[in-house]
Write a protein that binds this ligand. Structure first.
Ligand code: NAD
Ligand code: DAU
Length: 334
């Protein structure tokens, strides 16, 4: 296939691009704005791969999108481009509205004009929090944060383009991803790097919030599966095989890094914090997809990756991230 992958320099997007180039032999054009979270070095492994092309540009810029379609001549657009951190959406929601609402609209118009298949990468957070059981694709949409509300708006716009214009669009909603190349503002890489540096481990509230963890290689695989086998107009959930309370995740990281439990610091809770996410993935499993990586094994591998790949995180942890950390946590990194 020939693909235009928007947001392909981020954590999950770059995992998907590596898979498509190296395992499927696709041609891939990446369009990415390179925000603080987007990093060309995430694609270092495929920089010289035949069929790979990188373009810097924003999805809300119609000229950048038209230019990418002109040079890449794709069969499909896969949209990962997003602002993805809930805490940042609470502090500064503007970019979330711009990228998710305007950006998705520009991509949908471009897909319609060029007659392209379209896949929107979405999240379990559109369903809100669930105390017991798991969300299916038919569960009501009850987003809680500016991040999840704007992602929900984008999903609804995508569905409207299918219903109104017959655009062959599909949506794939994932649960919490983890693995190599994840920017260290998110729970798992933040805790790994703080544990390795002897910094405190800031757990929000009582730490008993539950997340449904999926390895990024499994979610990228689910997106490929939906792209190839999904029915136009449909939504597919892709949840991980394991759920875990935050404080237990942190304790596993402590055990595998040799840090101390005394590094745990219970801090003020996130406003409007969702208590539990859980996805039923029956529909995508019926298409033949299964997650491969269990959480315990994937977490050990992820800790090892961060230990070994200082080249990747040292420039982040010594740059603007330090200022972000001070704003968010009211203390400096050691
Ligand atoms: P990320 O923050 O690591 O990467 C986002 C990428 O999008 C970056 O490369 C960034 O530069 C790019 N980007 C941001 N705004 C852009 C714009 N306006 N134009 C072009 N590029 C832009 O995010 P991620 O964790 O890899 O998430 C990717 C997608 O998967 C998002 O749509 C997110 O909502 C969804 N998702 C993430 C998770 C998770 O746990 N991380 C779970 C489910 C779904
Ligand atoms: O569920 C899918 C979503 O998962 C994605 O759509 C989002 O893009 C992604 O950021 C993630 O959202 P979360 O808010 O669940 O992820 P985060 O890593 O920010 O937090 C995970 C849990 O850990 C959450 O309950 C908040 C808690 N937490 C997080 C941080 C950064 C802490 O207790 N301390 C922290 O310092």
């Amino acid at each position: 296939m020939k693909l235009l992958v928007c947001g392909g320099a981020g954590f999950i997007g770059s995992t998907f691009v590596r898979q498509r180039l190296l395992e499927h032999g696709d041609e891939v054009t990446v369009l990415d704005k390179l925000t603080y979270a987007g990093r060309e070095e995430n694609l270092r492994e495929v920089a010289d791969a035949p069929g790979y092309r990188f373009l810097r540009g924003a999805i809300e810029d119609p000229d950048a999108v038209a230019g990418a379609i002109e040079v890449g001549r794709p069969d499909a657009i896969v949209n990962f481009a997003a602002e993805t951190h809930v805490d940042r959406s609470i502090a500064e929601p503007d970019a979330f509205v711009r990228t998710h609402a305007l950006g998705t609209h520009v991509l949908l118009e471009a897909a319609r004009a060029a007659g392209l298949r379209y896949l929107q990468v979405s999240t379990d957070e559109v369903y809100g929090s669930i105390e017991q059981g798991s969300f299916t694709e038919d569960s009501p949409l009850r987003p809680s944060s500016p991040y999840s509300a704007t992602k929900t708006g984008a999903d609804l716009l995508v569905q409207s383009y299918f219903h109104t214009y017959d655009l062959p669009a599909v949506i794939c909603r994932g649960s919490n991803n983890y693995g190599p190349y994840q920017y260290p503002e998110k729970l798992i890489p933040l805790m790994i790097l703080n544990a390795l540096h002897g910094d405190s481990l800031p757990v929000y509230g009582d730490g008993m919030q539950v997340r449904n963890w999926i390895h990024a290689s499994d979610f990228a695989g689910a997106i490929s599966h939906v792209l190839e086998h999904g029915a136009p107009g449909e939504v597919y959930n892709a949840g991980g095989p394991d759920e875990c309370a935050n404080v237990d995740v942190v304790k596993w990281i402590i055990a595998s890094t040799g840090a101390e439990e005394s590094q745990i610091e219970y801090v003020t809770d996130r406003p409007g914090h969702d208590r539990r996410y859980s996805l039923s993935s029956q529909k995508v499993r019926a298409l033949g997809w299964l997650p491969r990586v269990r959480f315990e094994e994937g977490l050990q591998e992820t800790v090892a990756w961060y230990r070994e790949n200082t080249w990747w995180w040292e420039p982040i942890r010594s740059g603007d991230y330090r200022e972000y950390y001070e704003r968010q946590y009211g203390k400096s990194l050691g």
